[in-house]
Design a protein around this ligand. Structure first.
Ligand code: AHM
Ligand code: MG
Length: 337
């Protein structure tokens, strides 16, 4: 049997993004390419720290609480610093919004560029110390014409983002990115120090068999959500019930949903009136990727990407995933009205 030789023509993230830049042609200045380069560097930097965390005393609390009054983990703080430093130094950013910082960072003139980056440097904090998958989520806006970069450049609907993505730190580091022309996934080759294109043109199956909710909150759920969950757990006419998978790291739960299909949800309920997840740097980027992969993302009553934020840290209910599954959920809301 002839063994296949390893490829000598691998497509790295940098090469792929450059190809994209050439495809767009003269209009592309290369600024977004350089910004994405800075972002992938932060992902590599965070990935090595996540891997070593247990060994170099990076687990546990940093001794501070963040904007949300949540205790910050050491890795949260470190990841935030890595991103702020690198994004500022790229010279391509004007406004930065981080889950870990109460105020937006307005970049000083010396380093100012035309992009705004909203991000959660290390999402899934509750999983950090157990070594379960965590990730970085980011979304990118271009400043509005004539703007020098203010908060209003990021208080815009998610549909106006020019790119969004996440990096999942799991058994391997996976960066998933959309620049508005489909979704691609890259896997970090740690020896090469490069993200390699491993998942070109990710498309969500139109229907899945998995649901991903924190059902421990069921007692607080509103009727449409309860009805929907019952419909997939106790299906009519002999169909099989759905499987439950819930990691509690949005990046990991969304990653699986993009690849396998199904539905991920974090609803608003009687206790969490606006849900839990953050609109700007959690819901928007994940909704952008989901739609770019052929799926849907809704609050139950509205397309997530159409929401106009009024506050950089606001929350929103979210359900995303396979088109048919999300449409069933939307129908459960309509039926309950
Ligand atoms: P975090 O930003 O404090 O890490 O919280 C966000 C995380 C998401 O990754 C995940 O989807 C959700 O919180 C899980 O919440 P819960 O533990 O309530 O199920
Ligand atoms: Mg988060």
């Amino acid at each position: 049997v002839q063994e296949e030789l390893p490829s000598t023509d691998i497509i790295t993230l940098t090469r792929h993004v450059l190809m994209d830049q050439f495809r767009i042609g003269a209009a592309a200045t290369g600024d977004l390419t350089l910004l994405l380069n800075a972002i992938q560097m932060t992902s590599k930097f965070i990935a090595t720290n996540v891997r070593k965390a247990r060994l170099i005393n990076l687990v546990g609390l940093a001794g501070e609480t963040n904007v949300q009054g949540e205790e910050q983990k050491k890795l949260d703080v470190l990841s935030n610093d890595i991103m702020i430093n690198s994004l500022r130094a790229s010279g391509k950013t004007a406004v930065l919004v981080s889950e870990e910082l109460e105020e937006a960072v307005i970049i000083e003139d010396k380093h100012k560029g035309k992009y705004c980056v909203v991000f959660d440097p290390l999402d899934g904090s509750s999983n950090i110390d157990a070594g379960v998958n965590i990730g970085t989520i980011f979304g990118i806006y271009q400043i509005q014409p004539g703007s020098k970069g203010t908060i209003s450049d990021v208080l815009r609907p998610g549909s106006e983002m020019v790119a969004a993505g996440y990096t999942m730190y799991g058994s391997s580091a996976n960066l998933v990115l959309s620049t508005g022309d489909g979704v691609n996934g890259y896997t970090l080759d740690a020896a090469l120090g490069e993200f390699i294109l491993t998942h070109p043109n990710i498309r969500i199956p139109s229907r899945g068999k998995i649901y991903s909710f924190n059902e421990g909150n069921s007692v607080y759920y509103h009727k449409p959500v309860i009805n929907y969950l019952n419909s997939i757990k106790y299906p009519a006419n002999g169909k099989s019930p759905y499987s439950a998978r819930y990691i509690g790291s949005m990046v990991a739960d969304v990653h699986r949903t993009l690849l396998y299909g199904g539905i991920f949800g974090y609803p608003d309920d009687k206790k969490s009136k606006k849900g839990k997840l953050r609109l700007l740097y959690e819901a928007f980027p994940m909704s952008y990727l989901t739609e770019q992969a052929g799926g849907l993302a809704t609050t139950g009553r509205q397309r997530v990407l159409d929401i106009v934020p009024t506050n950089i840290h606001e929350r929103c209910p979210i359900f995303l995933g396979s088109k048919d599954d999300v449409n069933d959920l939307i129908k459960a809301y309509q039926d309950a009205d």
